[in-house]
Design a protein around this ligand. Structure first.
Ligand code: MN
Ligand code: MN
Length: 471
């Protein structure tokens, strides 16, 4: 009996529960997530995340590669207030290949349309029209408190930062859902994905009219709204046309569960990886290989645009690192550097959901609280659209994690043919580097309140640190 058990342990694979197997690190995991929650609560948008890191990077004595006096081993670059790269030059030349962790700092949300404000002539309410961004389940966004974040650039070219709905005394906004009593025909007869259509996702913005004692004015609520906006932000309706204004869930990230072992908060896909990879980088003193953290934008809409991972930004950054380190920065040498590089595509994975276990396959799914997930491939159907990491690199990462006592598990995204999704991995792999997906599991991914385990957030941080140290 005893022998059989020994053999099972020796020959079999079993995930390790962090709380059971790493009891000495419980406190560290809880402590780590205190600042993590603050980060999530502060950084509700891409721009706010960049503002946060700009501040931290200067505190950590990183110098801006775009400033003439950039010097030393710790450098960074910010582009268009939407993406960033930060690096610590290694003991070995940059051209021996870099160790890069890439994550994305955009999250599914609801944007305001370019011409958003109108007064509804049935209800005389001030309304904002919207256009959703990324893969959302639209019904989740109805009848829940929302905040408004973003920038408006005025006629004079001044950027006005807007954030309404996060402070205790701020107002919040809502897109009201239909009451169940009257939903029979309009909603209940439809498929869930069609029950709330995009044209119903209008934000109630205001309700008081402009009062003019002398005459009855048309669209008085809209006028009063513009008056208030002008008083507070010095903007006019035309300024909306170029603005970027985003609606996200209002409020802070919180502890979840009676034992407080989890975190509930918006945007953990994928700011959990942005935060943990940056914290890991800040802990690396003198890496052998150059260590880079890359924060990309627009992953949720296919990594498009000049701030998405398909753009030239990261190649240009690595090229400038070669130059900064007084190495050959020709395009040929950049290509060779990329091919010799190793990349963790740091993104969350779907943890097995106790309410819907049937969409996962237990032995290959990610389990909450059992460590950071190493995901060989994503995609859908017959692995279509996936990077599918090489066994040799996959093994190397597992070996490093074992050596550094990182709690990790394997994970895949759902049952075969159940659905699917992709990450940045395949775009990075186009440059020839070794790439594998690696990140914590999430319950309720892409919902307004995503759930993670503190064990997995902490293990992701430890994993990225181990990669920078030994990769
Ligand atoms: Mn993601
Ligand atoms: Mn996502």
């Amino acid at each position: 009996m005893k022998k059989a058990k020994e053999l099972q342990e020796k020959l079999g694979y079993k995930r390790k529960n962090f709380w059971k197997e790493f009891p000495k690190e419980t406190e560290a995991a809880f402590d780590f997530c205190e600042d993590y929650k603050k980060f999530l609560s502060t950084c509700k948008t891409v721009r706010e995340t960049i503002t946060y890191f700009t501040k931290i990077l200067s505190q950590k004595k990183f110098t801006n590669l775009d400033e003439n006096d950039a010097k030393g081993k710790k450098v960074f670059r910010i582009a268009r207030n939407k993406n960033a790269a930060m690096a610590i030059i290694g003991k070995q030349p940059v051209s021996t290949g870099v160790n890069l962790v890439v994550s994305h700092i955009d999250a599914p949300r609801v944007d305001l349309k370019q011409n958003p404000l109108y007064e509804d002539n049935t209800t005389n309410l001030g309304i904002m029209r919207t256009h959703y961004y990324g893969g959302i389940k639209k019904y989740q966004w109805m009848s829940t408190p929302l905040s408004l974040h973003g920038v408006v650039i005025t006629k004079e070219g001044e950027t006005v930062n807007i954030s309404i709905g996060e402070n205790e005394d701020d107002p919040v906004f809502v897109m009201p859902d239909l009451l169940p009593h009257l939903a029979r025909k309009v909603q209940y007869s439809k498929k869930i994905g069609e029950a709330v259509d995009a044209s119903k996702m209008n934000l109630i913005f205001s309700s008081m009219p402009y009062i003019d004692d002398d005459e009855d004015i048309k669209e008085a609520v809209k006028l009063q709204t513009l008056v208030l906006l002008n008083e507070k932000y010095d903007i006019t309706e035309a300024d909306f046309l170029s603005a970027e204004l985003e609606i996200v869930p209002a409020g802070k990230s919180r502890d979840a569960g009676l034992d407080k072992s989890m975190v509930l908060g918006y945007g953990q896909d994928d700011r959990s990886c942005a935060y943990t990879s940056a914290e890991a980088l800040f802990e690396v003193e003198h890496p052998e290989k150059t260590a880079i953290v890359y924060l990309a934008d627009k992953e949720e809409i296919g990594s498009e645009g000049n701030t998405g991972a398909k753009s030239i930004f990261i190649l240009d950054f690595i090229s400038d690192l070669l130059k900064h380190n007084q190495e050959d920065f020709s395009s040929a040498n950049l290509r060779k550097t990329l091919i010799k590089s190793q990349i963790l595509s740091a993104d969350v994975n779907a943890a097995i959901n106790p309410n819907y276990p049937s969409v996962h396959e237990k032995e290959n799914a990610v389990h909450l609280g059992q460590g950071v997930s190493i995901t060989k491939f994503t995609g859908s159907g017959g692995k279509s659209g996936s990077n599918d990491a090489n066994a040799e690199f996959n093994h190397k990462i597992m070996r490093i994690f074992n050596e550094e006592n990182v709690n990790w598990q394997i994970g895949s995204l759902g049952k075969v043919d159940e659905g699917g999704g992709g990450t940045i991995a395949k775009f990075m792999a186009q440059h020839g580097a070794e790439v594998i997906d690696c990140g914590p599991g999430v319950l309720g991914m892409h919902s307004l309140y995503e759930l993670t385990s503190k064990a997995d957030i902490y293990s992701a941080y430890k994993g990225y640190k181990a990669f920078f140290k030994k990769g």
